[in-house]
Design a protein around this ligand. Structure first.
Ligand code: PGA
Length: 243
């Protein structure tokens, strides 16, 4: 049985004060949420300890937006697994298309981050996905397969989440058709060869499309950017009813 993971990626949004306000409005809306799903939020580093306090006793788990492969050292701007674990962080997002694009993160670095996460008891959420041009050139499957082969090398699929996020659907309002997202998630599962691997879809997930996405056979959750910043809309997503 694959337990769906509904994760919100706050990116570079939310001060501690805003995070507290969000949680005050969000948590009461989870009182009836079935526990067949995992609810995760990835705040910026500065809000992690505030969020850990707020989330205590709730069904919300925390994720970080990065993790380094060394336990400590001269790595300005990076964060170690132990620093995250100290605050009860359970997941970490690696390989998101934004650091791939803006900081030229390679599949090799992504793999190092994901392995360091697993070695230290964090569950990596490894993001993969093709650009608009790659899709138009018919290269989507080849690109994703390479990201999977290199990014997931030597990882334990039992303690891993993969997020299929077509870049052209991120922050654009253009969701990938659910059947196509489902097809790619199915391909990823077969390439990894792990029937129990949890695979999310991400890219313009909203209250209006969550139920349909979660009704798909190979989609085991979502990674949500914009719509996770509003407590009502993320609560609706967390409380999805698959159709
Ligand atoms: P979006 O972002 O939901 O705003 O499209 C998704 C993501 O970047 O993970």
């Amino acid at each position: 049985m694959r337990r769906p993971v509904i994760a919100g990626n706050w990116k570079m949004h939310m001060t501690c004060a805003q995070a507290r306000e969000f949680m005050a409005a969000f948590l009461p809306q989870l009182e009836q949420t079935p526990n067949d799903r995992e609810i995760v939020l990835a705040p910026p580093f500065t809000a992690i300890s505030t969020m850990a306090e707020q989330a205590k006793g709730s069904c919300v788990s925390l994720a970080s937006q990065n993790v380094h492969w060394e336990p400590s050292g001269a790595f300005t701007a990076e964060i170690s697994p132990a620093m995250l674990k100290e605050h009860g962080v359970a997941y970490t997002i690696v390989g998101h298309s934004e650091p791939r694009k803006y900081f030229s993160e390679s599949d090799e670095q992504i793999n190092l981050r994901a392995r360091s996460a697993q070695d230290n008891g964090l569950i990596p959420i490894v993001c993969v996905g093709e650009s608009d041009e790659q899709r138009e050139r018919g290269e989507a499957e080849r690109v994703i397969r390479r990201q999977i082969e290199q990014g997931l090398e030597n990882l334990d699929p039992g303690s891993l989440v993969v997020a299929y996020e077509p870049i052209w659907a991120i922050g654009t309002g253009k969701t990938c058709a659910s059947e196509e997202a489902n097809r790619i998630c199915g391909l990823i599962r077969s390439w990894v060869g792990a029937p129990d691997l949890v695979i999310q879809y991400g890219g313009s997930v909203k209250p209006g499309n969550i139920d349909e996405l979660m009704g798909m056979s190979d989609i085991d959750g979502v990674l949500v950017g914009g719509a996770s910043l509003d407590p009502d809309s993320f609560a609706r997503i967390a409380n999805y009813k698959s159709v």
